[in-house]
Write a protein that binds this ligand. Structure first.
Ligand code: HEM
Length: 409
């Protein structure tokens, strides 16, 4: 709590809230105000409904781990992200993202097998080689270069395509459609068309891999479909979920993280000069806390009445868990506005919390550790090629980031 009491706003605040362009790394000021008044408060969303917004770390962890909180998006009162997500709810197959309890655990078991520590460890040399080749190509090309297209987007795309067994030649197609599928301002028809395009493509690959399996994750999913554990549509949906969840998130962390380090040269120097891997391992956790790229709220609905933080959440109420605000909760992280790669930030919720916590987090960590460790050592003079105030930030997507990052070296 701040020393002077924060005043409650007169009207129910609108969510999502804008970040302050003068402090682009800070979560929206409005979420800070709500957290100080009550970390469990009402907000208004696009359809006029007033779900609860959860902004404090303790309240978030309590609710995300509570089985009375559900991701069942078909229930009346579910706080959908936009009109498109609501309109298409009946045609979205069940998956790890929208199922609870035993059904969720079943999907999740099938997916986590793809991310065993052994499999991710075995991928590290491939990730390192990919990063090195992309930096080679960038430095052989003209200056300035756009770090987003040269490195941030291709690293996770190449890695996830390799893991899934999806031809990387299709990355433009996926790039365009995945942006459109989760664009807050796209029409419901545009959202749906983008999902349908990707789904049909993925379905075809799964069907092919059911009869011609290879050593990749989509073949594993196709195998479950062949054995009757799931159907081919569910297998395609699992692959699609991984492709969407796993590429723009990591890409935003690479580009936004690079910008944050360029703006904090003392912290960048610690990474650049480090000989011990522990430095970058810890730095990635702090970057996950500090950047809060998943800032549009994890959507949930209460199945039963819940008392929390002096508030009464009723069965059927929508609940939105806003992760970036809790990662700047000063009670959990003193002086949250300081990027300090030596602090202990391990308890951040950048990968979520509870049963739906990120499945790909070990892969994302490996990608980020390798990129940060390699980029600043190989290009010690890396610098922004435009004034920092001219960098354009993406607020209209599910994940926060930058559209482009012109750099020189
Ligand atoms: C830095 C990169 C990443 C960030 C910040 C991130 C963040 C998150 C967050 C916050 C959640 C929780 C969602 C919720 O509770 O509603 C989540 C779930 C998930 N993530 Fe990630 N993620 C990243 C990378 C990845 C990668 C690389 C993959 C896979 C290739 C992946 C796959 C998933 C899946 C499948 C889920 C759903 C889990 C479930 O519902 O049980 N993510 N992620």
């Amino acid at each position: 709590m701040s020393e002077t009491a924060t005043e409650a706003p007169n009207e129910t605040p609108y969510f999502p809230m804008d970040r302050d362009s003068r402090c682009p790394f800070a979560p929206p000021e409005g979420t800070k105000i709500l957290r100080e008044i009550n970390p469990v408060s009402r907000v208004k969303i696009w359809d006029g409904s007033t779900p609860w917004l959860i902004t404090g770390l303790d309240a978030q962890k309590t609710l995300l781990g509570d089985p009375r909180i559900s991701v069942d998006e078909t229930l009346a009162g579910f706080p959908h992200w936009n009109e498109g997500m609501k309109a298409n709810v009946s045609i979205r197959p069940k998956s790890v993202f929208n199922s609870d309890g035993e059904e969720h655990a079943r999907f999740r078991r099938m997916m986590t097998r793809a991310f065993t520590v052994k499999r991710v460890k075995a991928l590290r040399p491939f990730i390192q080689q990919t990063v090195d080749e992309l930096i080679d190509a960038m430095t052989e090309g003209p200056k300035p270069a756009d770090l987003v297209t040269a490195l941030a987007l291709p690293v996770p795309s190449i890695v996830i395509c390799q893991m899934l067994g999806v031809p990387y030649e299709n990355h433009d197609f996926f790039q365009e459609n995945s942006v459109q599928a989760v664009d807050r301002y796209a029409t419901p028809e545009e959202n749906m068309q983008a999902f349908a395009n990707m789904f049909m493509f993925m379905h075809e690959i799964v069907e092919k891999k059911m009869s011609e399996p290879a050593d990749d994750v989509l073949s594993d999913f196709a195998g479950y479909a062949r054995d009757g554990d799931i159907d081919a549509a569910e297998a395609a949906q699992m692959g699609l979920g991984m492709l969407i969840a796993g590429h723009e998130t990591s890409a935003n962390m690479i580009a936004l993280g690079t910008l944050a380090l360029l703006e904090n040269p003392d912290q960048l120097k610690l990474i650049r000069d480090a000989e011990d891997d522990k430095v970058v391992i810890n730095a990635v956790e702090e970057m996950m806390r500090y950047l809060g790229i998943i800032h549009n709220g994890q959507r949930r609905i209460a199945l039963e009445d819940i008392e929390i933080s002096g508030q009464h959440i009723k069965a059927g109420d929508g609940v939105i868990v806003e992760l970036s605000s809790s990662n700047w909760d000063p009670e959990a992280f003193p002086e949250p506005e300081k990027l300090d790669i030596t602090r202990s930030a391990r308890l951040h919720t950048g990968f979520g919390f509870g049963p739906h916590q990120c499945i790909g987090q070990q892969l994302a960590r490996a990608e980020l550790q390798i990129v940060y460790n390699t980029l600043f050592k190989r290009l010690p003079d890396l610098a922004l090629a435009i004034p920092a105030e001219e960098v354009e930030f993406k607020s209209d997507r599910l994940a926060y980031g930058v559209y482009s990052l012109p750099v020189t070296w």
